[in-house]
Ligand binder design. Structure first.
Ligand SMILES: [Zn+2]
Length: 384
């Protein structure tokens, strides 16, 4: 087994990418400071920031897809915990009250300000927000190797129902949109956003039942066609299987399609996860499957998060066996109000995963999984 230092040295000349994390949720909703790294913690701590700039730097991440998620209004009825949480969290109350498109734009600019402040405060590596392909290439060529931050948006409720708002987000530098999230949004129907048998369901939350036979509505077809024309990455995570199949038909293998934070149905058969149909279509368009760092999605709801790192490796092994070697990426979902693995608590722990991957795969394969594939698909899918 290579040592942790060897894994860190290996990463030093690789692109290390996370396709899906939520620092903006923590900086904008619960006012955490992007430059401040809290002590590492195993316990469920939904208000603590894990994807801080110092932790990302320590983990050697250099390409961060930062997902802006505006809490959906239906959450107030479907998860009773949200109301009391909003009494103590003014940022959450504001986000639930405002128009989703405006809240989305404010979260994007607010996070850019948080990055600027962090850059003044840090002695380590700086972060650069890349809002276009040209800015991405300039940042990647910078000899100081800054951490490149890209904006993505999770849930098309952020569009407020118009293509004009989609265009505005694209022009602001949003490189990827996750079409669905917890509830129907007029663009894509969702699967259940919380796994069956999960503890939070036993507490009476997330009772709403998705229609797993629902496919893409008319607005969804227009959004998908516009994104393919403009060169905005389409993230299929949370979208129903029939809607995903419709998008594969529309795309015809033209642009790389993404599932940014999922598991494989081989290990946990759930409509959220990548099935053989998804894998075949994503391989055909040279897209991406970002492996999530959550036991609940990797092997199903489970009493502990103790062995998740091994489950991530097993999921990658399954995807390789299914022919998806050139599509594998990492999609942690850190700071998505989730309970991360005990053995992958924050970005600083990524070298531990690299170490385990180097034990099981060739260096060339690991280079692709930890970021090489993500950069290749980003270049093919973003912009004309
Ligand atoms: Zn998600």
């Amino acid at each position: 087994m290579p040592t942790l230092d060897e894994a860190r040295r290996f990463q030093a000349d690789c692109v290390v990418a996370d396709l899906h994390a939520h620092p903006a949720l923590k900086t904008e909703i619960v006012r955490r400071k992007f430059w401040e790294r809290p002590s590492a913690h195993k316990e469920f701590a939904p208000t603590k920031l894990r994807t801080s700039l110092p932790s990302l730097d320590a983990g050697g991440i250099n390409l961060l897809f930062s997902a802006v998620y505006v809490p959906e209004k239906k959450l107030r009825d479907d998860c009773w915990l949200v109301r009391p949480a909003s009494w103590f969290t003014p940022g959450l109350a504001r986000a639930l009250k405002g128009a989703p498109f405006e809240v989305t734009c404010n979260m994007i600019t607010g996070f850019e300000e948080a990055v600027a402040v962090a850059n003044q405060r840090t002695d380590g590596r700086k972060a650069i927000v890349a809002r276009s392909r040209a800015e991405l290439e300039t940042a990647l060529a910078d000899p100081a190797r800054p951490m490149v931050v890209l904006h993505t948006v999770e849930g098309a409720h952020s569009l407020g129902g118009t293509l004009a708002n989609l265009r505005t987000l694209f022009e602001q530098g949003v490189c990827m949109l996750t079409l669905a999230h917890f509830y129907p949004n007029g663009v894509s129907p969702p699967v259940a956003g919380v796994p069956r048998d999960h503890l939070i369901r036993k507490l009476g939350c997330f009772r709403w039942k998705p229609d797993l036979d629902a496919t893409l509505p008319t607005l969804g077809e227009s959004v998908v066609k516009a994104m393919l024309d403009w060169g905005m990455l389409i993230d299929l995570t949370h979208t129903t299987p029939p809607a995903r199949r419709r998008i594969y038909e529309i795309n015809q293998g033209r642009r790389p399609l993404v599932m940014s934070h999922v598991g494989s149905t081989r290990l946990f058969d759930d409509p959220m996860n990548a099935s053989p149909t998804d894998i075949e279509a994503i391989v055909e368009c040279q897209g991406l499957i970002g492996v999530i760092f959550m036991t609940d999605w990797l092997i199903g709801p489970h009493p502990t998060n103790a062995d998740t790192l091994a489950q991530v490796v097993a999921t990658i092994r399954a995807l390789v066996d299914q022919g998806a070697e050139d599509c594998i990426a990492l999609g942690s979902d850190f700071d998505g109000m989730t309970d991360p693995p005990d053995d992958l608590r924050e970005p600083a722990d990524i070298p531990r995963l690299t170490q385990a991957l180097l034990e099981s795969f060739t260096p060339e394969q690991v280079r692709k999984f930890i970021g090489g594939n993500a950069l290749r698909a980003l270049r093919a899918g973003w912009g004309r």
